[in-house]
Design a binder for this molecule. Sequence first.
Ligand SMILES: Nc1ncnc2c1ncn2[C@@H]1O[C@H](COP(=O)(O)OP(=O)(O)OP(=O)(O)O)[C@@H](O)[C@H]1O
Length: 337
Amino acid sequence: MIEIQNLSKIYKTKNGEVNGVDNVTLSVEKGEIYGIVGYSGAGKSSLLRCINLLERPTSGHLTVDGVDLTVLRGEPLRLARLKIGMIFQHFYLISQKTVYENIAFALKAAKVPAKERIDRVEKLLEMVGLSDKRDVYPSQLSGGQKQRVAIARALANNPKVLLCDEATSALDPTTTKSILNLLKKINQELKITIVLITHEMNVVKEICNRMAIMQEGRVVEEGAVYNIFASPKTELAKEFIASVVSYDIPETIANSCEGPLVKVTFRGKVAGEGVISDTLQQYQVKGNFLHGSIEYIQDLPLGIFVMELKGAKEEIKQALKYIEERDAQVEVLRDGV
Ligand SMILES: Nc1ncnc2c1ncn2[C@@H]1O[C@H](COP(=O)(O)OP(=O)(O)OP(=O)(O)O)[C@@H](O)[C@H]1O
């Protein structure tokens, strides 16, 4: 649905050139929810804004639904942009207009006849769960409700793609969850492809299928969210994952361990097969659990356990071999003393 090839965005400032996006290549498939994460200044907004040409890329290629947007200008570009909705952290609703008028405004701009507008706005309000707020002004709404109005407005012209710029960053955790559920519903029911940028890894874990991690304008890691959580390659990916699930053992605890410290990772249904208890039953080994959890990413379990193993060296070796044979990943974090 979105093909980005060698895309760069260079800003010219008084103090010289700044590389907002540096030679990024990635593709977003039709119907997926794609997350782009990175710290402040990584280039997320610049990249997102290039997708609908709010920023014109300095070089590179960009197609959305088969259309090369970079060659369009004027009316053809305006029409192509109608197929790309966008929502923002700070909603950007028109304060002097009611909820109804805010949404109808997007339809009016697209020259939808007045009669059709009424029906369409009613449907959109129902979709985002705000039919009862039709005639109130934005100042009378909570942050979550304002974002729902912004989502309805972004969907007004039946876009194929929805771009979300830190859409939940100004919301509390409960409201964030409800907005993420709404985005999931929109993705599934309306088959809209979603690209979101965020600095919160839990947002990506909650709803994205695939993701890219950006740093200094470049994509440093990319792939299925599950795979990145299960085996991150870069230090940056590990840092972002640690902000959601951390398996660090305090130094004092690690130092008091005599046996080897191992991290065992179970992917998918293996997580529920009781591999560790089978191992401890079959071998003369004791396991001292120091950390452990089963996370659910896109409803697929990912189990990670850190434990100290106690027993004879050979017996521990055999036990670890057995765990690996049962399709789990074993990483020895520290040898025993
Ligand atoms: N209009 C602009 N003019 C000059 N430099 C810019 C402009 N917009 C962004 N930049 C620079 O481009 C780089 C990437 O910024 P960008 O806003 O895309 O990052 P970000 O990851 O979205 O960060 P944040 O989460 O803080 O918004 C930064 O160094 C920033 O200072």
